[in-house]
Design a protein around this ligand. Structure first.
Ligand SMILES: Cc1cc2nc3c(=O)[nH]c(=O)nc-3n(C[C@H](O)[C@H](O)[C@H](O)COP(=O)(O)OP(=O)(O)OC[C@H]3O[C@@H](n4cnc5c(N)ncnc54)[C@H](O)[C@@H]3O)c2cc1C
Length: 300
């Protein structure tokens, strides 16, 4: 298969036994059999078609800020979108960007153009593709509020199509992409004219709030658990007296109990064991099952 892939994409854009700790914000976990970085839509399409014909499992990776790869690694191919997916253009009130562009870069481009609507998303450390997949959100706003449409390619590389916001079924940390496996190529956002200085002040204020309330100096994947209906995950964890509880190098953050952090040298197994301890304790105390928001993949 690797030989077939080298006919489609430069060998320098492929890495065998790729350490996923390097590509994910938890800085933990095993290796992927192969990581490929297509630089444009044509290369991505070619790669997906080869993987489909070979029956090879694969997963697209954005900025790796919501993925944990188990220590046994990922048996298959991780497709990380290359620099050809990073473009951002502003035209009037509309922003078009590649799915590999970071939310922070898109929000900055919006602010520079005096467009409001993305301030609340600007501190989320994900790519546009990952943010649409997760319907990422913060401080009362989510991608859904500003997204107009996306272009996608099917998992097998066979079909290109456009989906408007309505057909993405965006809900709390959910999009239809989690069922279809379609890969986002580009996204279009509709914003409103605003005051550049005020927009930048708002972004700075939200950044300061994050730095104060979240353990930003430690590797993590943000809030580890989804918000259960009627509760806040972090509050449940705190009320179950789990703040500071650790397994190996993994710890329930002292600063924000919704975060599991890598204090240094954590393995994915440490993190997953800690997750289970937290889930069991919260279930016992409050009868609530905490579901991970983080996508956990790979082998034990
Ligand atoms: C410090 C910190 C703070 C965070 N704060 C927030 C927050 O406030 N709000 C919030 O919602 N999240 C937050 N997160 C979580 C994370 O940043 C978001 O979920 C983000 O949207 C993930 O984007 P990503 O590019 O890193 O995706 P990845 O982690 O790379 O991937 C996540 C999922 O998206 C899929 N995916 C990635 N790219 C594509 C694509 N092009 N097409 C289709 N599927 C794709 C992957 O296959 C995977 O299943 C935080 C994380 C950290 C580390």
């Amino acid at each position: 298969m690797k030989k077939r892939l080298t006919e489609k994409i430069s060998g320098s854009l492929m890495q065998e036994d790729a350490p996923m700790a390097k590509f994910t914000s938890f800085r933990a976990g095993g290796c992927a059999d192969l990581l490929v970085q297509p630089q444009n839509i044509k290369e991505l399409q070619d790669v997906l078609q080869v993987l489909q014909e070979e029956g090879c499992p694969h997963m697209v990776l954005g900025n790796g800020s919501n993925v944990l790869v188990k220590d046994g690694g990922y048996r298959g191919v991780i497709v990380k979108l290359g620099s050809g997916f990073d473009h951002v253009t502003v035209e009037g009130n509309v922003i078009r960007c590649g799915s590999g562009a970071l939310l922070s870069a898109v929000a900055k481009a919006a602010a520079d153009a005096g467009l409001t609507g993305m301030e609340c998303l600007s501190g989320i450390p994900g790519s546009i593709g990952g943010a649409v997949f997760m319907n990422a959100g913060a401080y009362g706003g989510e991608i859904k509020d500003v997204l107009r449409k996306v272009s996608v390619i099917s998992q097998d590389g066979a079909h290109l199509s456009e989906l408007d916001t309505g057909s993405l079924d965006l809900g709390y940390r959910h999009s239809i992409l989690q069922q279809t496996g379609d890969i986002v190529l580009e996204a279009e956002f509709m914003l409103q004219p605003g005051n550049e200085t005020e927009i930048k002040e708002k972004m700075a204020e939200l950044k300061a709030r994050r730095n104060e309330k979240q353990p930003v100096n430690y590797p993590s994947a943000g809030s580890f658990f989804k918000r259960p209906e009627g509760y806040f995950a972090g509050k449940l964890v705190q009320d179950a007296d789990l703040k500071g509880v650790s397994v190996g190098g993994a710890e329930v953050s002292q600063l924000h109990s919704g975060f599991l952090i890598n204090k240094g040298g954590a393995t994915a197994t440490d993190i997953i064991q800690l997750m289970r301890i937290v889930q069991a304790a919260v279930m016992e105390r409050f009868g609530v099952m905490l579901e991970p928001e983080v996508r956990i993949i790979g082998e034990e």
